[in-house]
Design a protein around this ligand. Structure first.
Ligand code: IFM
Length: 442
């Protein structure tokens, strides 16, 4: 059996270090009939948008199987479960609570509490109610206020059942992939949209943080950001400069306003039409204190200079996971130590890390060696960052189980538990067993 190990004196082997597994509502729940439509329903129904033409109507049927899924989480011996709340399940079109939807999550949170598993709740993991998109979605400043209203109402309902709230998961993906590159819902394409959507998302974060700190002062409240560190293809000045620009455009664009209260300087180089609509007081709202910062890491990207577009991303080098992302764990340590140097970081949690593998069940088992190796090297990378002084308090595997991988549909499997989508049977993979063993032996 494969085992995951860490150096004997590693802080990650103490009981204070939180280990968890993570999921997101649209990716696992199904239960489509009992909630409002969201932008991902619409996107999935648009031909050509999802690799296998699938949707989230059933997904892992967690809506019906949540009790057995919580038993599964419990069987892994983890300390925490990171889940997201489906905004269209818990709110009505006129901004009131939908009690039936709220009860679905209250049941989950109570079951987690009974098993002593900490709930790390994300309020927005990309499933924007469609009626808000119809009013402009994240291009409409009003959406930020709608989000704050939802955050306030929901945290009042959940009381002390929640250990930690993240306002947003990966605003880069919502803004850039959803409103600039158009490969995620709602599928808008245009440089004039991306940073405007990003600003309203960040404003939503700030406004919601206010509500959380007022109505849920005892939970750890923060935000989850993803980072794909930008590397230059070589040492030439022009390529290094291009990679730095990409780093600011994709990564620092989200952390700098949240921590420092300002956008990276490249904002000045952008045409006015592409700049965010910043109103007086916005940056103060966006940059209030965080109780924690969630960091998601999967891979790095390599860039070179390009005349028309400033930077160009080059194909990922080998070795790669099944989704084509380079396996490059040293970028993880470097990211964490660099961020720690550049910013005044609050306590950090690694809220997502994991690998897509083309898994198969053979004789009732899934031998996902590549994922196991990925976890081993990335746990080591986190440990090295802690050794270098980064204040990291926890690590969440993405994902608890295989699920709807957005534009890739169900073809890409990120779970440490295999899901047979026909029977909805769950099988813990070798990586999951190794994770369990690491967590259990602390
Ligand atoms: O599946 C996603 C998740 O929803 C957000 N972070 C990255 C994961 C893998 O692509």
């Amino acid at each position: 059996m494969s085992i995951l190990t860490l150096p004997k004196n590693s802080k990650m082997l103490t009981k204070d270090f939180t280990y968890g597994v993570a999921t997101a509502s649209f990716q696992i729940e199904g239960g489509r009939d009992s909630r409002l439509p969201c932008i991902w329903d619409t996107f999935c129904a648009t031909p050509g948008k999802i690799e296998d033409n699938s949707n989230g109507d059933v997904a892992c049927d967690h809506f019906n199987l949540w009790q057995q899924d919580i038993d599964l989480i419990d069987s892994l011996n983890v300390d925490a479960y990171r889940l997201s709340i489906s905004w269209p399940r818990v709110m009505t079109v006129d901004g009131k609570l939908n009690q039936e939807g709220v009860n679905f999550y209250l049941n989950i949170l109570n079951a987690l509490k009974a098993k002593n598993i900490k709930a790390f709740v994300t309020l927005y993991h990309w499933d924007l109610p469609q009626h808000l998109e119809d009013q402009g979605g994240w291009l409409n400043r009003q959406t930020a206020y709608e989000f704050a209203n939802y955050a306030k109402l929901i945290c009042q309902q959940f009381g002390d059942l929640v250990h930690s709230y993240a306002t947003l998961n990966e605003p880069f993906c919502s803004a850039y992939l959803g409103y600039e590159a158009g490969i995620h819902a709602p599928g808008k394409v245009g440089k004039e949209y991306g940073k405007k959507a990003a600003h309203h998302l960040l404003l939503a974060h700030g406004l919601a943080m206010n509500e959380l700190q007022t109505y849920s002062p005892n939970s750890l409240n923060g935000i989850v950001l993803n980072f794909t560190p930008a590397y230059s293809v070589d040492d030439s000045a022009e390529n290094v400069k291009a990679a730095q620009y990409a780093d600011d455009y994709f990564n620092h664009w989200y952390i700098k306003p949240v921590i420092d209260g300002s956008y990276p300087d490249i904002v000045e180089q952008m045409p006015t039409s592409q700049q965010p609509d910043i109103q007086p007081g916005d940056m103060e709202i966006i940059s209030q204190n965080l109780d924690f910062l969630g960091i998601n890491f999967y891979t790095r990207a390599i860039y070179k200079a390009c005349k028309d577009e400033i930077f160009e991303e080059l194909p990922a080098l080998a070795p790669r996971t099944d989704i084509g992302w380079e396996i490059y764990p040293s970028a993880f340590t470097k990211l964490l130590t660099d961020l720690n140097k550049q910013y005044q970081l609050p306590p950090v949690y690694i809220t997502e890390n994991g690998a897509a593998v083309n898994d198969h069940v053979v004789d009732g088992a899934v031998d996902d060696e590549m994922r196991y190796n990925y976890y081993q090297s990335h746990l080591n990378a986190v440990d090295s960052a802690i050794e270098s002084g980064v204040d990291i308090h926890g690590y969440f595997a993405w994902s608890l189980m295989d699920n709807f991988e957005w534009a890739e549909g169900y073809k890409k499997r990120f779970g440490i538990v295999y899901v047979d989508y026909q029977s909805q049977a769950r099988t813990i993979k070798a990586s999951g067993l190794a994770y369990k063993q690491l967590v259990s032996n602390r």
